[in-house]
Each structure stands twice: as structure tokens, then as C-alpha cells.
Design a protein around this ligand. Structure first.
Ligand code: ACO
Length: 415
């Protein structure tokens, strides 16, 4: 009997959770509470599974997401998550069947793009996803930073206060909303995100340790920064504290708040090492210190992957650094977004994008367009890699001048 790939129905859910845990190498069994908690937090309507002789052997879920484009507008995105195929059924095309159906539904719904955080690099390019934002994590050797150890708070009239989880649930969402609308690549967060982040809801699959929460207020008294961190309890043989603080979240609506919160976490007594957690690759953190080499990059990699589903809508949603025009030939093996398009950008930085028969100036796969869309990748570099063809000499540099951005895009979330 062929393996049945289909949308989930209510009775499938416990078996689907077992298959999900299996694919992610977690203990396959779950308590009834865990299943009920998961069930109440996700909508079944966009969950898929593959069933072999009645047993779930593959999982897939998508949900609606708001994704910030360059310039601050947001687009409707189809966020992809919980992708697994059990080891007994791998490499038989089950992922391909589930994702092709789901992207087709997203296209029909009018979603502009699809997004995901890829577990492994080689999986999703074949479906038109490109790495659109990157992450970096630093480890800071605090005594080497050259910071004045006598620091006791911001000198510019701002202040930092430790707060409780319930305060974070009150203050965090509005701050995050403000920051994510100003951050290309950021995505919206629902109430559940804040419940899990603050420990109000503790899913069985994630270990929990109460973080320390701090907020930064500007001199005007406005909350413009949020920090969450946990500390270990390591001491050396010579009775020296060797604690590490690991930052779980640092959201700042202003550079002053960002600077103050990094300064704060590097000033906590006993803390010798700060792990920044995943940050934007051009985060301010490393260069805040008199000795920037005290911050060492420990991880650098791709983060949010974007799959453009509607080229004109995606290119018209964002803004551009200069006026100009470019004819782009987009290839799409799955047939959702391919075609030749003319992008024309006015002096106001807004673009119009329409299908055209004019000669293409650059040709690329939709995967590379996804990588370029948020401004992180370079068309000139993609041409050097052989992943973008210049049909007119110099066109890749024009693409970069149009699409490039002064700061890197950044998605602080994992989903
Ligand atoms: C957004 C997220 O949820 S990320 C989490 C992804 N999940 C995981 O990493 C969990 C562990 N891995 C798995 O469950 C599975 O291996 C999956 C889901 C990644 C792939 O599922 P499969 O059903 O085996 O993929 P499928 O058979 O459709 O493969 C399609 C193609 O992708 C390739 N492919 C699939 N997975 C990988 C991989 N990890 N590395 C390299 N190539 C891969 C296949 O070789 C195949 O290539 P082809 O078209 O050239 O023949």
C-alpha cells in the first residue's frame, strides 16, 4: 500500500507527536498533558503527516507569519516547521510531497513568501529557499574587555531594572512589536511565545531554568530594552568565581539601550564569560569594548531561509537605497514564481515590479532571489559563485546598489 500523505485530522495528533519526537531524536513517548498542550497551541488546519499502514512516519506543519521587509512593511509568510521523516522512511520523497503541497496552498492563499529555520543546510534549496539572514554568537572574555569594572549603570539618564516574568509578559510584546517592525527579517510573536519564554507555559520537551529578566528605560522613562539571561554556578579551585552568563534574549529599540544592556551583563559580579546567544552578524556587541578581541565568534551561520512565492509583491513590499531599474529572469523549478520581471525604483525608494519581455540583465534561481531580498547576500558575490548570471555587464553591481542595506537583516526567533 502506498504511503498516504495528507492533512491531519484530530485523532491523528498523538501519533503525529510521536513521529515528530522520533524525527527530532527526542524520547518518542509523551504524556497526555504534553499532547494536550501542543494540541491547544497549534491549529490542525495546516498540519500534514505521512501514514504507512496507519502509522505516522512523517510530520510537517506551517502557520501564518508576518515577516518584516526592508523599509518596515510586512508581508504574509508561510512559516514552515516540525519537518521530520522517520528513519525507516527517509529518502523516498515524503518531504518533497509534503512541502510541495504546502507551498502550493500558500501560493493559492496569496502568501508572498515562505520561511523556515533549516536544521541542515542542504535540505531546502531544492524547494526554492535561500539563506536570507545569518546569525553570529560571541563568547566574551569579560576581564579582557577593558571595561571599567566600577561601572554601576548607564550614565546618560537611562536605567536598568530587574523585573519578574509577569512584567515581561506585560512589557515585552509592545517592545518586541516596535523592534520587529524596524528589523527586516524579524517575524511576529504570539501570546504563546511570551508564555513559553517566561515559563508560564513549560512544554515537556524543553528543559526550564528561570532566567533573570532586566529592562532598560530611556532617560524619558520609556521601556526600550529587554534582556534575559541565565548563569551557571562554576567556581575555580582557588576560590575564584568563573561564572558564565548566557543571554537568551536582548531586544533593544535604540542603540543606547543595546549598549547599556550589553554593558550591564558584562558587569554582573562573578561573571567571567558572557555567551551572547544567536545575534545579528553585525550586532554592536563585539565593538563595544576597548579590546574588541575579548569577544570571539564561536558560531557563524545561516539563520532564516526565505522562499519567494510572489516576485512582484515581494519586490514592491520593500524599499530601495537608490532609484534605478533592473530586469530579472527568475527560475523556479516548482513553477510558483518564475518569469521575467522589471523592477523600477523611483526617487522615493519605492519599487514597482511587473512581468516584462525586455531582455534580462540578471538571471538567477528563486533561491538566490530569496537570499538577496532582505539585503544580506551580494549579487556580485553570487555571480562569482556561478549562482547568478549577468546578462548585461555590470548588472550585478546595480542589483547590489538597489537591494543592499546598510545593516544586516535579522530574525531573532526560532520556529
Ligand atoms: C524547518 C524544519 O523543521 S528543519 C528540520 C528538518 N528535519 C530534520 O532535520 C530531522 C531529521 N531529518 C529528516 O527527518 C529527513 O531526513 C528530512 C525531513 C530532512 C528529509 O526527508 P526525506 O523524506 O528523506 O526527503 P526526500 O526523500 O523528500 O528528499 C528530497 C531530496 O532532498 C535530499 N535530502 C533530504 N534531506 C537531506 C539532508 N539532510 N541532506 C542532504 N540532502 C537531503 C534527498 O537526498 C533528496 O534529493 P534528490 O531530490 O536529489 O533525490
Amino acid at each position: 500500500m502506498p504511503v498516504d500523505v495528507r492533512l491531519l485530522t484530530e485523532p491523528d495528533f498523538p501519533d503525529w507527536v510521536r513521529a515528530l519526537n522520533t524525527g527530532f531524536l527526542r524520547a518518542p513517548t509523551s504524556t497526555d498533558e504534553e499532547i494536550e498542550d501542543r494540541r491547544s497551541s497549534v491549529g490542525l488546519s495546516r498540519m500534514r503527516g505521512a501514514f504507512d499502514d496507519g502509522r505516522c512516519v512523517a510530520t510537517y506543519r506551517s502557520f501564518g507569519q508576518r515577516l518584516t521587509a526592508v523599509g518596515g512593511a510586512e508581508v504574509a509568510a508561510n512559516a514552515v516547521s516540525n519537518v521530520t521523516v522517520s528513519p525507516t522512511h527517509r529518502r523516498r520523497g515524503l518531504l518533497t510531497r509534503m512541502i510541495t503541497e504546502d507551498l502550493g496552498a500558500a501560493k493559492e492563499r496569496g502568501d508572498v513568501a515562505a520561511t523556515l529555520i533549516a536544521a541542515e543546510y542542504p535540505i531546502y534549496g531544492r524547494y526554492g529557499f535561500g539563506p536570507a539572514t545569518r546569525m553570529a554568537e560571541w563568547e566574551i572574555d569579560v576581564p579582557r574587555t577593558g571595561l571599567d569594572p566600577r561601572w554601576s549603570g548607564p550614565e546618560d539618564g537611562g536605567r536598568i531594572d530587574l523585573v519578574d516574568a509577569s512584567d515581561v509578559r506585560k512589557l515585552g510584546p509592545a517592545l518586541h512589536e516596535r523592534v520587529r517592525r524596524a528589523t527586516p527579517g524579524a517575524v511576529d510573536r504570539g501570546e504563546r511565545w511570551w508564555q513559553v519564554f517566561t515559563g508560564e507555559v513549560r512544554p515537556g520537551w524543553a528543559p526550564w531554568k528561570d532566567p533573570f529578566f532586566a529592562v532598560h528605560r530611556s532617560a524619558a522613562g520609556e521601556v526600550d530594552g529587554l534582556l534575559a539571561y541565565v548563569c551557571d554556578a562554576k567556581w575555580g579551585d582557588g576560590k575564584q568565581p568563573l561564572n558564565t552568563a548566557t543571554v537568551l534574549e536582548l531586544t533593544a529599540a535604540s542603540p543606547a539601550a543595546e549598549r547599556a544592556l550589553w554593558r550591564y551583563v558584562c558587569s554582573v559580579d562573578w561573571v567571567q564569560t558572557v555567551r551572547t546567544g544567536p545575534r545579528a552578524p553585525d550586532a554592536l556587541v563585539a565593538d563595544l569594548f576597548p579590546n574588541a578581541r575579548a569577544a570571539r565568534i564561536v558560531t557563524l551561520g545561516d539563520w532564516l531561509w526565505v522562499r519567494i512565492l510572489d516576485v512582484p509583491a515581494a519586490l514592491e513590499a520593500r524599499t530601495y537605497g537608490m532609484p534605478g531599474a533592473l530586469v530579472v529572469e527568475v527560475g523556479d523549478r516548482l513553477g510558483f514564481a518564475g518569469g521575467r520581471y522589471c523592477l523600477e525604483v523611483g526617487t522615493d525608494g519605492r519599487g514597482s515590479c511587473t512581468p516584462t519581455r525586455d531582455a534580462a540583465e540578471v538571471a538567477l534561481d528563486v533561491r538566490e532571489l530569496g537570499a538577496l531580498w532582505l539585503g544580506d547576500a551580494s549579487a556580485v558575490r553570487l555571480a562569482a559563485l556561478g549562482r547568478l548570471t549577468e546578462e548585461r555587464a555590470g548588472a550585478a553591481a546595480i542589483a547590489d546598489a538597489l537591494l543592499g542595506t546598510p545593516r544586516s537583516p535579522w530574525c531573532p526567533d526560532v520556529f
